[in-house]
Design a protein around this ligand. Sequence first.
Ligand code: ADP
Ligand code: AMP
Length: 216
Amino acid sequence: MNIILLGPPGAGKGTQARLIENSRGLVQLSTGDMLRAAVAAGSEVGLKAKAVMEAGGLVSDEIVIGIISDRIDEPDCQNGFILDGFPRTLPQAAALEDLLASKNKSLNAVIEMRVDDEKLVERITGRFTCGDCGEGYHDTFRTPKEEGKCDNCGSSNFKRRADDNEETLRTRLLSYYKETSPLIGYYFAKDNLASIDGMADMSEVTNQIETILASA
Ligand code: ADP
Ligand code: AMP
C-alpha cells in the first residue's frame, strides 16, 4: 500500500506517519528528513538545499524528485510507503505518477490533514524531537513522560529545528498555500482524496486514518 499524507507544516504528518509505519509495516518517506540528512552530511544536494530550507522556501522539483525516485527503489519500500512532505508542487505530483507507473506501482490513498492556521503556529513553535531516535514531542501537546528523557529510547538529546520559528513558518505557509494546496483539488479530481480532521487528538487522528486505509 502506498499513501500520501498531505497537509501544511505542523498538520501532524510526521507524527502519524511514524504511527502507521509501526502498525502497517509501511516505510515513512519524509523528503524533509532526507534533505536535512543531506545538509548535515554536506553532500552536493545538501549544499544546494541548505539556504532554501533555512529561508522556508521549496527546494527544486528536480532535486526532490531525484531523491524520491532513488528511495522507492530500495528493498524496504517494496511493501509500501507513506509519503510525508512529497509531493509539494503539481510538477512533483505529475512526476510521482510517472515514476509509480514506470515501476508498476500505484497510489492507494491521498489523505489531507486539515488543521487551522493558528493551531499550526502553536504546533510548530512547540515542536521538538529526539535527536537519537526521531520520536516527536511538543511542549504542550506531547511532553516526555519523564522530563528530559525520550519515552522511546531514553536519550536526553532533544533537538529543535532552526526553521521552526514563527517568522520562517509564515514563509513555509505561503509556500504551502501557493504551491502545495492546489494538490488537494488535483487529487480530488482524480478521485483519490480523503480529508480528515487533523485538529483532533493524536489517537483520534490515527483512528480516522486507519478507517480510510481499511477500505483503500
Ligand atoms: P508535520 O510533520 O505535518 O509538520 P508533526 O507531525 O511534526 O507535523 O507535528 C507538529 C507538532 O504538533 C509536533 O510537535 C507534534 O507533537 C504535534 N502534534 C501532532 N499531531 C497533533 C495532534 N493531533 N494534536 C496535538 N498536537 C499534535
Ligand atoms: P518538512 O520537514 O516537510 O517540513 O520540510 C522541511 C523543508 O524541506 C521545507 O520547508 C522545504 O524547504 C524542504 N522540502 C521538503 N520536502 C520538499 C519537497 N517535496 N519539495 C520542495 N522542498 C521540500
